[in-house]
Design a protein around this ligand. Sequence first.
Ligand code: ACO
Length: 157
Amino acid sequence: LMEFSVLPLHNNPEYLQSCCDLINSEWKRSDTARLRSLEASCDHLPVSLILLKHKQLIGHLKLSPIPSISDGCFVESVVITKNERGKGYGKLLMKHAEEYSRNYLNLNVVYLSTKGQEEFYRKLGYNECLPVSIYGGCSSTVKLGQTDKVGNWNNKK
Ligand code: ACO
């Protein structure tokens, strides 16, 4: 029962450095820049969720606001530590993030962008959509249809 937990990083700041190390092992950036971005995690958006296995940090993802879409969020920096991949933990973390978005943040749509992990997200039920702007000032319309989980497979952020 206590083996796995998914928790907001800002409520567990003792994991800040290991979280920074995990993300930087995949996408190299300065620790200062990375820590600053992780320290923005809050009770609304953005929020960084961490996956713990026996109190060891093994995964991270970040939910960011989309200025033009108030009932949605953008999932980014999804990463599972290298020696724990392919064991279902990425899926577990994403499922928790979807529940967190719906039940805690009261959001209806989860967006993401990937180039390379299309199959992983397709298996989680994501469908391809038009690119959304995650920056302010954009008023492009996105048609959602019946789905509430959308990804953009070739969109460079
Ligand atoms: N290609 C095809 N299928 C895949 C892939 C892939 N690259 N990755 C996972 N899957 C499948 C698995 O086979 C599994 O299928 P099943 O349910 O039929 O058994 C299912 O997806 C779930 O796989 P998990 O074991 O939960 O995936 P994992 O724990 O390895 O996490 C992740 C996936 C997060 C992509 C991990 O491989 C990782 O950290 N990769 C490096 C960083 C990265 O690319 N992150 C995504 C960036 S995109 C973004 O952040 C929005």
